[in-house]
Design a protein around this ligand. Structure first.
Ligand code: SF4
Ligand code: SF4
Length: 362
C-alpha cells in the first residue's frame, strides 16, 4: 500500500480574469460546462479526508470565479480538511471574503504579479487588477486570516525582488513564496520572454539570503530557484504519486499539473472511480511511482532517493522521453540542450507575451 497523499490541489475552474503568461494551467483550458458541480466536489473532499489527506488547496484558474466557492469551503471544512485558497483576489469582495472566513477558510495565498499597477497589470494582462488585489490583501489581514504572498519571478520582475519582499511584509503577509518561473503550461511557450539571466538569478539568491534573517521575526521567505540554472533537479512533487495529487476542473485526477503533457498516460476521473482507488492503482499514478521505471543515469545514481530523477514532464518536454533523467541534471545527456537554451534565450531581447486565454468556443 502506498501512503496516502498529504495534500490535494483542487483546480475548481480554469476560468480566470487574469492571463498570466506563466500560468501552470494546460494550454487547452476547460470551459465552465466541463466543471464538476458542487455536490461532486463535496463528495471528493469527503473521500480525500477519509483516505488521509490533510490539506486542501482550492485553486484554478481563479477559484472565486466559482459562485459556489463559499459552499465548497463549507463542505471541505465539514470533511475536516485544512482549507487554503489560492487566488489572484479578483472576484473576491470584502463581503465575500468574510463569508469565506465564516465558512471556515483557514488561509489565503495571494498571487502578486508585480509591485506597481503598471507592471502587475501588464504581466497579468488585466487592467485594474492590481488595485483590486490590494483591496483584498488589506481585507485578508483585517479579518485576521493568515496571508501568504506568492510572487512568481521572471526576467521582467526579478530585479524588483528586494522591494517585492518589503512590499509583502507591508501587506502583513506571514510568508512570501518567491517562486522563479518553472517552464510548464503557458510558461513553456513563453520561455524566451520569461527566462531570467544568470546574473539576475545570482543577485536574487543574494537578496533572499540577506532578507531571511532581516525578516525572521515578521515573515518567512521561501525561495524556489529556477531549475535551468541548477546542477541537479528539484524533487518534483516530492516524488511522483507520493505526497500530493491534483484534480482538474472536470474531475480528472493527475499526479501533477503538467502530467497530461506525457503521451500514453490515462487519467481516471472522480466521476468514475473512488479517489483512494485512483491514488493506489490508477495507471497514471503507478507509471512513475518509486524507482522501478528509471533508466540510467538515474537508475544507478546515489541521488535518486533525493530528487527521484526530477520532473517527468520536463524530461518529456525537453528530452522527449518521460523516463529520462530531468534534463537540467548535470548527469543528463540532454543537459547541453538546457545550456543552449540559456545561451540563446536568457539575454536575447524578450519577445511579446503569449497571454493565457480560453480558446474561443466552437
Ligand atoms: S497564474 Fe494568472 S492566469 Fe493563471 S490562474 Fe493564476 S492568476 Fe489566473
Ligand atoms: S541522474 Fe537522475 S537521480 Fe541522479 S541526480 Fe540526475 S536526475 Fe537525479
Amino acid at each position: 500500500m502506498t501512503s496516502p497523499p498529504i495534500a490535494l490541489l483542487a483546480e475548481l475552474t480554469h476560468r480566470c480574469p487574469l492571463a498570466c503568461p506563466y500560468c501552470s494551467n494546460p494550454l487547452d483550458l476547460l470551459a465552465r460546462e466541463a466543471e464538476l458541480d458542487t455536490e461532486t466536489w463535496a463528495r471528493v473532499f469527503r473521500e480525500a479526508a477519509a483516505m488521509g489527506v490533510l490539506q486542501l488547496h482550492l485553486s484554478g484558474g481563479e477559484p472565486a470565479s466559482r459562485r459556489d466557492l463559499e459552499a465548497l469551503v463549507t463542505s471541505a471544512r465539514e470533511a475536516g480538511l485544512y482549507v487554503n485558497l489560492i487566488t489572484s483576489g479578483i472576484g473576491l469582495t470584502p463581503a465575500r471574503l468574510q463569508a469565506l472566513a465564516d465558512a471556515g477558510l483557514d488561509h489565503v495565498q495571494l498571487s502578486l504579479q508585480g509591485i506597481t499597477a503598471e507592471k502587475a497589470d501588464r504581466i497579468g494582462g488585466y487592467a485594474g487588477g492590481f488595485a483590486r488585489k490590494m483591496t483584498i490583501a488589506a481585507e485578508v489581514t483585517k479579518i485576521g486570516l493568515p496571508l501568504t504572498v506568492n510572487a512568481v519571478m521572471h526576467r521582467h520582475n526579478i530585479d524588483d525582488l528586494e522591494a517585492t519582499i518589503a512590499f509583502a511584509a507591508n501587506l502583513g503577509a506571514r510568508r512570501i513564496e518567491v517562486a522563479c518561473v518553472q517552464f510548464y503550461g503557458w510558461a513553456l511557450p513563453n520561455r524566451a520572454a520569461l527566462l531570467p539571466s544568470r546574473d539576475q538569478v545570482i543577485a536574487a539568491k543574494r537578496i533572499v539570503d540577506a532578507a531571511r534573517p532581516a525578516y525572521a521575526h515578521r515573515m518567512a521567505i521561501d525561495f524556489v530557484p529556477p531549475d535551468y540554472y541548477a546542477d541537479f533537479p528539484k524533487a518534483c512533487m516530492g516524488g511522483w504519486g507520493s505526497t500530493g495529487l491534483n484534480i482538474a476542473p472536470d474531475g480528472k485526477v493527475l499526479p501533477c499539473h503538467a502530467a497530461a503533457t506525457i503521451p500514453g498516460l490515462t487519467f481516471d476521473s472522480v466521476q468514475d472511480r473512488p479517489l483512494a482507488e485512483i491514488w493506489q492503482h490508477g495507471t497514471a499514478f503507478t507509471a512513475y511511482r518509486g524507482h522501478g521505471w528509471m533508466q540510467d543515469p538515474c537508475k544507478s545514481c546515489a541521488r535518486r532517493e533525493i530528487d527521484h530523477g526530477g520532473c517527468r514532464c520536463q524530461a518529456m518536454a525537453l528530452a522527449a522521453d518521460p523516463r529520462a533523467a530531468d534534463p537540467v541534471c548535470r548527469h543528463s545527456p540532454a543537459r547541453a540542450m538546457v545550456d543552449r537554451i540559456i545561451a540563446a534565450e536568457a539575454t536575447a531581447p524578450a519577445p511579446a507575451f503569449t497571454y493565457r486565454r480560453l480558446a474561443p468556443q466552437a
